[in-house]
Design a protein around this ligand. Structure first.
Ligand code: DC
Length: 223
């Protein structure tokens, strides 16, 4: 089979608009959108529901072997064993717990292998912390989105409030700081891939600007 387009890997800190940017870039280019964070969240939700702790490697392995996680890229839905969990995985409790499950090597190996299958034929916008360094070190375009903490907290707070999640701006800000710390401490390796990353500061950019910019870079590289 012939490759159907580029692999674009978008990394970025919490609240930089990674997910929305990746989804819209994928729509504009007619590519699939791979939200790797949604996969880690789905595992977290499945484990939480079944009472499996991140430390319990045997139970986690059994859980992964018996669960099916599907990303419906076209409709932007996430399914766990056929059930739509798109909203459930965005709840603050799952967000807080996800880091602990994402730290477990067997979870990372399992999900990275699934993610790499998505990239096999190109035509994919993958998004998440290690997508450029580990999952797709040979991606034709690698982007890192950054923005000031206050701006990110504001964006995330507006987003959660609009969804009816009751949480204060202070709590959102502190959750983001915790997750920044966790991300900084997690070693994804692949520093040579990181060297080719195009960093975009989105603090004063609108989402439209971000999307236009990434699409323009992709077109320069043959998308
Ligand atoms: O991007 P997100 O907030 O949806 O990510 C959810 C969690 O999964 C977060 O704790 C970071 C982790 N994650 C990861 O370790 N590697 C990825 N490629 C994507 C997300």
């Amino acid at each position: 089979m012939k490759r159907r387009g580029l692999v674009i890997a978008i990394d970025g800190t919490v609240g930089t608009g990674k997910t929305t940017t990746a989804r819209r870039v994928a729509e504009r280019l007619g590519y699939r959108h791979l939200d790797t964070g949604a996969m880690y969240r789905a595992v977290t939700l499945a484990a939480t529901r079944r009472g499996v702790a991140p430390e319990d490697a045997a139970a986690l392995e059994a859980l992964l072997a018996t669960s099916t996680i599907d990303l419906d890229s076209g409709r932007g839905r996430v399914l766990l064993d056929g059930q739509d969990i798109s909203e459930a995985i965005r709840q603050p409790e799952i967000t807080r717990r996800a880091g602990a499950y994402a730290d477990v090597p067997l979870v990372r190996h399992f999900l990275v292998a699934q993610q790499q299958q998505w990239g096999q034929w190109g035509g994919v916008v993958a998004e998440g912390r290690d997508t450029a360094a580990v999952v797709f070190p040979d991606a034709e375009l690698k982007i890192a989105l950054v923005a000031d903490l206050d701006e990110r907290a504001d964006r995330r707070h507006r987003e959660l409030t609009a969804k009816g999640v009751g949480i204060t701006l202070e709590q959102v800000r502190s959750d983001i700081q915790t997750r920044d710390r966790e991300d900084a401490e997690r070693d994804y390796g692949g520093t040579s891939a990181a060297a080719e990353i195009v960093e975009i500061d989105t603090t004063r950019m609108t989402l439209e600007d971000q999307v236009d910019y990434v699409v323009a870079l992709a077109c320069q590289r043959g998308a």
